[in-house]
Design a binder for this molecule. Sequence first.
Ligand code: ARG
Length: 467
Amino acid sequence: MKNRMWGGRFSEGPDSIMAEINASIDFDRKLYRQDIQGSKAHARMLAQQGIIGADDAEKIEAGLDTILREIEAGQFTFSRELEDIHMNVESRLTALIGPAAGRLHTARSRNDQVATDLKLWVRDALDGVDEALRDLQAALVEKALDHAGTVMPGFTHLQTAQPVTLGHHLLAYVEMAGRDRGRFSDARARLNESPLGAAALAGTSFPIDREATAADLGFDRPAANSLDAVSDRDFAIEAVSAAALCATHLSRLAEELVLWASAQFGFIKLSDRFSTGSSIMPQKRNPDAAELMRAKTGRIAGSLTALLMIMKGLPLAYSKDMQEDKEQVFDAFESLGLSIAAATGMIRDLTPNTAAMRKAAGGGYSTATDLADWLVRSLAMPFREAHHVTGTIVAMAASRGVSLQRLTLEDLQSVEPRINAEARSFLDVDASVMSRTSLGGTAPGNVRREAKRWLKRLEREAAARTT
Ligand code: ARG
């Protein structure tokens, strides 16, 4: 059967393989709301400009509203013969209102239509991610405030380095999420130009008003160049790129949750709501959500690579290659949304084992730097020499298999006779974190101040959203 939408110059219908490779309706039906929104704006503009009659525009808008209701109620029959969401909607519109439907596509092409639809979809997705990340930040900040003074080991190379506070550690992720939100918001600002009215590639001879449709759809302005407008997918690539980096951050958090929940670390207990059991080992509590969050990062980064490769080398303007952009964008944002929600839930619910964290914080000679710093401060020793002296003391403790705190004053003095009782107090993990008051340091006072600053900012943002 010839295609009803574009089959005029064809005598045969498509091969079944052609139909199969060409149809996008199975995935681009997700764009139905944006497609209808764009078409309504276009129809209104056409009538305002006297390009179509006001009565036809009214019929078109009413018909599109009916279609929206039908789709949302699950009463719409999508057809693969009609290829994509644009032609599925238009065909139904024809069935509903007759010939007036045929006027909707005046001064428009599926090329500017699909670019507009996808931009609107990505813009909504970016707004959703921003809100989700704000929730994640709130969960992290609240936990951080509860645990501003909870001592845990800080790591470099995953080797015990220096004691830090759990609050400080959690706030590091708040900073990352803050930068992610900045990137999403930059992408949104650059995205916000309307492709509608670029038509197939060259613009149109009809006296359209692109400013009007741009404003109607909440865009800041129309895109300036029609060739660019229909062939630009930067907005999708930028959004998914920001998503990939955000997911990379989430994968680091996920990895830490997996490690911390293990019997070997024992730093946290994940709630039942975010753990699963094993079908054979009754003792198991598996951190599946964190593991999946870690894995989704691979999918999202894969989508970014796919998008870049789809766009690579495409001549101007539109090519059907671009139809393949949608699944990547949808999958990336669906995966990211799930990951952020899982992270938020896990953080909210988790219970830290503060005793285990404190015990581990004291292991691995974590306060050796504090002793070296004391030697520098109190004995005016050059730091390199202090490092060497402390190294000798650590070796002594290691050879006896004890912690630094277990060495007596006499032991310490056998390496450096000027060490006194005060120096020993610097080997304590609480004293260590309390002393780290430099800007951005882990001292509980700093953490409390930072957490409160974030809390205020997040509350302000939440209030701004609801007004
Ligand atoms: N389904 C198509 C897409 O997603 C719509 C644009 C088709 N344009 C064309 N000239 N065949 O890209």
